[in-house]
Design a protein around this ligand. Structure first.
Ligand code: ATP
Ligand code: MG
Length: 178
């Protein structure tokens, strides 16, 4: 995986598979403690959490031997002097947290978050997505729930709307990330 946004896409796809109706993706850059923190939270069906979760052979997909989304993100975090955790409650939802050392030489670039978000929205427009980015007391957030209200019935997955979302997110990130 070349960048963090692709890991995010992968982890959010697990949430979609788990039947989530809301997925929250939060990134917090903590300059003081030199941490880059990624949190992905869903309200899907949840799962049994055990030692096996980070094992690349653990998957619930039938006909598939490898599940790699979680182990790849866990490995990326651990390689950057960080850590990974997954907590889940059956019937309630799942939260994945990956923490990285912000200044670590191996920390991957964020990548195209606008593209990741529009890919998710385009595939499953019925789901509500929140994206929040925090850095230095400043934040940028984008919530499809709010946008859908403003759109007043216009589908969120129209090409023009998706283009607007992508630009809105990437522009917001440019402002915050510097
Ligand atoms: N958010 C989630 N809610 C419920 N179950 C989950 C969630 N995330 C992961 N799982 C469970 O953990 C398994 C492993 O996830 P992982 O992303 O590592 O692999 P995968 O999704 O099976 O395969 P891949 O990501 O390689 O396509 C999944 O098959 C699923 O059963
Ligand atoms: Mg997966």
């Amino acid at each position: 995986m070349q960048d963090i946004s692709l890991h995010i896409l992968d982890i959010a796809e697990n949430s979609i598979d788990a039947g989530a109706t809301r997925i929250e993706i939060k990134i917090k850059e903590d300059l003081k403690n030199d941490r880059f923190i990624l949190i992905i939270k869903d309200n899907g069906k949840g799962m049994e959490v055990g030692k096996k979760t980070k094992d690349p052979y653990f998957t619930c997909k039938t006909g598939k031997k490898f599940g790699l989304g979680i182990p790849f993100l866990a490995q990326a975090a651990e390689e950057c002097n960080g850590r990974f955790s997954l907590s889940s409650e059956k019937g309630k939802g799942t939260t994945v947290v990956a923490e990285f050392q912000r200044s670590h030489i191996d920390l991957k670039p964020l990548g195209d978050m606008g593209a990741t978000m529009t890919t998710l929205i385009c595939g499953h427009p019925e789901i509500d997505y929140l994206f929040l980015y925090e850095k230095n007391g400043q934040s940028f957030s984008f919530d499809t729930k709010e946008l859908k209200q403003e759109l007043d019935g216009v589908p969120v997955n129209l090409p023009e709307v998706l283009k607007f979302i992508k630009e809105e997110i990437n522009e917001g990130l440019r402002r915050i990330k510097g």
